[in-house]
Ligand binder design. Structure first.
Ligand SMILES: CC1(C)CO[C@@H](CC(=O)O)CN1
Length: 430
């Protein structure tokens, strides 16, 4: 009967072109999680969790209207799931007016780590700043204290670089220059050369990354005297594809030459070990179930035709478990006060505060790894470091910022056979 249902809203980026259409894989992952939590007898005893959702196309305006319709029409929703930084920014800024927690499974923008603007936001997707402590750790490991930054002029990279600059200052690492470009990187790369930059952190989307790589080749800013840090969540063969389509003026061999040896950092989104998670599955079990579901949805998984958001699917799956665990805690608390989640209304601040504090203290091992939130609602996550060796990405290690623990496999290889210098060494022969 209708009154044993706990309703939540969902806003997924599925259709459309601009931004990240990660709802394509994240919505199926959410549906898997709803089946699983509703099968757990003692998680939401006597209740089932029901999702009401629509497509935002990763457009903030459309996302706002989806949110409006979810809230205008009954039944009352107890919280909102959302993806895409732009949509989460709009939804999370407004949701406080309805006393709703917003849980974002696909938002990386550092701007979202702001409790003043987003008092009820949590995210299972880590902020882009999660790479920065790892970058600092690697610079220190290889003795580099003079770095340059090359970035695309996009909000997510601007705020990430601000965080990186602050951490470099703290660590006594000199930023010799910070170059940014809108879409043509040639001038910025020329300025790197003028400043004799050798260790460079690059922050751009993958299409810009291909333009940068070809520019590096042409301006000879690659090889044994240079180390580039790129973002690790591009597809593995990103530097070999779309060269004609994007009018890249380099051959695939030239791109491979320029790409050889670069390092990448990325947040871990799939639990790396074979541990059984709270759902009873390992992350590999989850992968099998998700692949089966996606094949039934018509994706040709066996030929690597994955929907967008596949990488982030564990974040969406774990977001639903976060909600179910938080509701489990809240229901116990409310029943002692003779209240119930099913009577929640958008003006019920007390219940909203109970839900907030329940989710704030929720921690568990999920398919995306250990799930826990910082005081800003940010996902605490491990990062992974890789290097391109003979044209293929090789895992070099993992970094846990919380415990400052770098797990290193000693697989790195330098083109000149030794660690490149961060500056020109002038040897004066006396
Ligand atoms: C790692 C990536 C691709 C970063 O952008 C996220 C989408 C967004 O921040 O809008 C999804 N995950």
């Amino acid at each position: 009967d209708a009154d044993n249902v706990l309703h939540i809203g969902g806003i997924f980026p599925i259709a459309g072109e601009g931004g990240w259409q990660g709802g394509q894989a994240c919505m199926p992952a959410v549906n898997l999680a709803l089946d699983d939590v509703n099968r757990e007898k003692n998680l939401l005893p006597g209740f089932i969790l029901k999702l009401h959702s629509n497509d935002s196309e990763c457009e903030p305006g459309l996302g706002a209207s989806v949110m409006y319709n979810l809230l205008y029409y009954k039944p009352h929703k107890l919280m909102l799931l959302a993806g895409c930084s732009t949509v989460c920014t709009t939804v999370a800024e407004a949701a406080k007016m309805w006393n709703l927690v917003v849980l974002c499974y696909g938002a990386s923008s550092p701007a979202l780590s702001d409790r003043n603007r987003f008092p009820t936001l949590f995210r299972t997707h880590p902020s882009a700043t999660v790479h920065n402590p790892t970058r600092i750790k690697l610079l220190q490991k290889f003795g580099w204290s003079r770095v340059a930054i090359l970035q695309q002029a996009e909000e997510v990279f601007i705020s990430t670089v601000e965080d990186l600059e602050a951490r470099c200052k703290e660590a006594g690492i000199e930023i010799v220059t910070r170059q940014s470009f809108l879409s043509d990187p040639s001038d910025a790369v020329r300025n790197l050369r003028r400043q004799d930059a050798r260790i460079i952190v690059g922050l751009f989307y993958v299409v810009a990354a291909r333009r940068v790589l070809c520019e590096l080749y042409q301006q000879k800013l690659y090889g044994k005297s240079y180390v580039w840090f790129f973002i690790g969540w591009y597809e593995d063969n990103w530097f070999e594809v779309n060269l004609d389509k994007e009018a890249i003026a380099c051959t695939i061999e030239q791109m491979r030459l320029a790409a050889e040896g670069h390092l990448t950092t990325e947040a871990l989104m799939w639990n790396q070990n074979n541990d059984t998670t709270i759902s009873g599955m390992t992350s590999e079990d989850f992968r099998q179930r998700l692949n089966k579901m996606l094949k039934e949805d018509g994706y040709d998984i066996d030929n690597n035709r994955y929907p967008e958001g596949y990488q982030e699917a564990p974040l969406a799956y774990d977001a639903v478990w976060s909600v179910a665990l938080a509701f489990n805690k809240t229901m116990e608390k409310l029943s002692k006060q003779g209240k119930s989640l099913k009577n929640f209304t958008y003006t019920d601040k007390e219940t909203a505060d109970e839900i907030y504090s329940a989710i704030n203290s929720t921690q568990f091992l999920g398919v995306s790894g250990f799930v826990a939130f910082s005081s800003q609602g940010d996902r605490i996550a491990l990062t992974q470091i890789e290097q391109v060796i003979d044209g293929k990405y090789v895992k070099l290690g993992y970094y846990d910022t919380q415990s400052d623990n770098l797990t290193w496999r000693n697989m790195e290889r330098w083109i000149g056979g030794k660690v490149p210098q961060d500056r020109t060494i002038i040897r004066t022969v006396l």
